[in-house]
Design a protein around this ligand. Structure first.
Ligand code: PA5
Ligand code: NI
Length: 184
């Protein structure tokens, strides 16, 4: 008799709802994102890297989007698979990420170029403040799934990070390591 809301399965992070919108990002879509361009070119361009599932919801001032990112495990050269990463077009708008499965890192960077990393694991809650670019990185061996909630008016600004983030996460000597990079 009561409204049955959409759900999210804690086992695999997939939504249980009708009208789910899905977008897959393939290796070929991520030109210039990974630092080892030779290794990137060696990967078939149709290799799926991540998939975003979104609930259909209202758009406009005050409305919220809900989506889950499923980021595959893997590396391009020594660098772990990651999302493109972005600032919000409306810079001041924040977002919340919630870890569902797998393990990885959330890379955050402010407008001054200062970067930091948060560990993502099932149940972790990440408050991304306004004015902060964000990228998910899968450092584990299974799919990393994280649910996100953000204002529908936020928008994505990918161009502002054309020079990349100040940190890269790589496997060096069998260890997960963050490396500072010189931008530009
Ligand atoms: O809203 C978000 O921050 C996420 O849903 C991302 O859009 C998602 O993880 C995909 O990353 P990107 O938009 O950087 O390709
Ligand atoms: Ni975002």
């Amino acid at each position: 008799p009561f409204f049955m809301p959409p759900g999210v399965a804690f086992t695999n992070g997939h939504f249980t709802a009708e009208n789910i919108i899905t977008k897959v990002t393939h290796s070929g879509d991520l030109a210039g994102i990974f630092h080892d361009q030779t290794a990137w070119r060696a990967i078939p361009s149709e290799t799926p890297i991540y998939q975003v599932e979104m609930l259909s919801s209202a758009q406009g001032e005050g409305e919220l989007y809900v989506g889950t990112t499923h980021l595959n495990p893997g590396r391009v050269g020594d660098e772990f698979y990651m999302t493109r990463g972005h600032f919000h077009q409306r810079r001041e708008q924040g977002e919340v990420y919630f870890g569902l499965r797998g393990s990885g890192l959330l890379l955050l960077q402010n407008e001054q170029g200062e970067a930091r990393l948060e560990e993502v694991s099932p149940g972790s809650v990440h408050i991304i403040p306004g004015l902060t670019a964000h990228r998910l990185i899968n450092t584990g061996t299974e799919v990393l799934s994280a649910l996100a909630v953000w204002p529908s008016i936020a928008g994505h600004d990918y161009a502002a990070l054309a020079q990349g983030f100040a940190l890269r996460v790589v496997l060096h000597d069998g260890k997960i390591q963050a490396k500072e990079v010189q931008n530009g």
